[in-house]
Design a protein around this ligand. Structure first.
Ligand code: PLP
Length: 397
């Protein structure tokens, strides 16, 4: 008989009842060091006092009213995002997938308004933009689209690093937009080099195509700046944000320039829940915390420690790990043995990690993780790696 919860996930048999910072406690009272943070969602850790306070205050005041009315909390968060980024305007969603949907609609409307035929949105192999029919068509991976056809047309995927293919396609004048994650998350923590992001920006400028960045996972401070593209010194035309933006409250956003958003007039898009007072009040507190003086300098120091510790871990277990990938507090441990085994051994050592494509174990801790917690995390991952190596040599013998 089918489970009461639709069985689309292979779940670990862990049930957590509460969390604090980087720690989660299960029903048995066992504490786990959390290097997943809800997959880069709990940006400030679990039960951050400032977020709990804002949520409580807003919950007592007003949860939801509908976008039929002006929402002061929504306007405050939008104003702040506009002040901190390239964007002129923001639409709030409840998830990354919904942000991707709007980004796709915005791209198409942009070219419709210009009266130009631009049927192709370019994406890249290994991409992940969500699970809606539009988002799976965009990413186009076999694993996500199989059995769900017919797919929405109008997307072309290129291999990661296929510069010639990219230039040829762009030259045809059919490309409406290039959509890419500055750091691929689900795809295995693959960092797009700054030079490539700059090159993409140039190609888009030359051909008129919009540059659309999916910073759902790598944004909101993860790489040590508010958004990953800042490192390359470029700006996109449209950007999807979600995950960390609500610090655990379901919240997403599409940020856009005035020119890119042209055509998105009253009635062209909407959302019942998007931009509700509760989510936006929490989101504003997250953003204020990340942009407080010194936050990123301190984060980058700790990210350096995590990187160094991860390199040490990989060096001391060459039979388990191949390399460290990623940037900031978004690291991947490329494994030689199955990444799933490492994650599983982590559960036994009471440390939580999450696998990604290309046999990578992802480390996406809360942005607030301390030096002591980094050291503790590495001690636990070291135990996990030793167990995996032992099991492998035992089964080989
Ligand atoms: C998680 C993710 C999404 C989808 O976000 P949801 O909130 O799960 O809908 C889209 N793009 C990227 C890069 C993501 O990591």
């Amino acid at each position: 008989m089918i489970a009461s919860v639709l069985p689309t996930y292979n779940r670990a048999p862990l049930r957590f009842t509460h969390g604090e910072g980087c720690w989660l406690t299960d029903t048995e009272g066992t504490r786990y060091l959390d290097l997943v943070a809800g997959i880069a969602v709990n940006a400030l850790g679990h039960a951050h006092p400032a977020l709990v306070q804002v949520l409580g205050e807003q919950a007592r005041r007003l949860w939801h009213v509908s976008n039929l009315y002006r929402i002061p909390e929504q306007e405050a968060l939008a104003d702040r995002l506009v002040a901190e980024t390239f964007a002129d305007t923001v639409f709030f969603t409840n998830s990354g997938t919904e942000a991707a949907e709007l980004a796709i609609k915005m791209i198409r409307k942009h070219w419709h308004e210009k009266g130009e035929e631009r049927p192709v949105i370019l994406t890249f192999e290994g991409a992940f933009h969500g699970r809606s029919t539009g988002a799976i068509a965009a990413a186009g991976s076999e694993k996500m689209v199989k059995g769900f056809g017919p797919l929405m047309p109008g997307f072309r995927q290129l291999a990661w690093g296929d510069h010639d293919g990219l230039r040829d396609l762009m030259a045809k004048g059919e490309v409406a937009a290039v959509m890419i994650e500055p750091v691929q998350g689900e795809g295995g923590i693959r960092v797009l080099p700054d030079a490539c992001l700059k090159g993409l920006r140039d190609l888009c400028d030359e051909t008129g195509a919009l540059l659309v960045l999916d910073e759902v996972q790598c944004g909101m401070g993860r790489t040590g700046r508010l958004f990953a593209h800042e490192w390359a010194g470029i700006v996109p035309d449209i950007m999807m944000v979600a995950k960390g933006i609500g610090g655990g409250f379901p919240l997403g956003a599409v940020l856009a320039t005035q020119a890119a958003a042209a055509g998105m007039t009253a009635g062209t898009h909407g959302s019942t829940y998007g931009g509700n007072p509760l989510g936006c009040a929490v989101g504003l507190k997250v953003l204020e915390t990340l942009t407080a003086p010194g936050f990123f300098e301190d984060l980058r120091r700790r990210a350096g420690s995590l990187r160094q510790a991860a390199e040490g871990l990989v060096a001391s277990h060459p039979e388990v790990f191949e390399e460290v990938r990623g940037t900031g507090l978004m690291l991947g441990l490329k494994c030689r043995l199955p990444a799933g085994d490492v994650v599983q051994a982590g559960y036994d050592a009471h440390v939580l990690t999450v696998p990604a494509a290309e046999n990578v174990v992802r480390l996406l801790p809360a942005l607030t993780i301390s030096e002591a917690e980094i050291a503790e995390a590495m001690a636990r991952l070291d135990r996990a790696a030793r167990a995996v190596a032992q099991a492998a040599s035992g089964s080989a013998a």
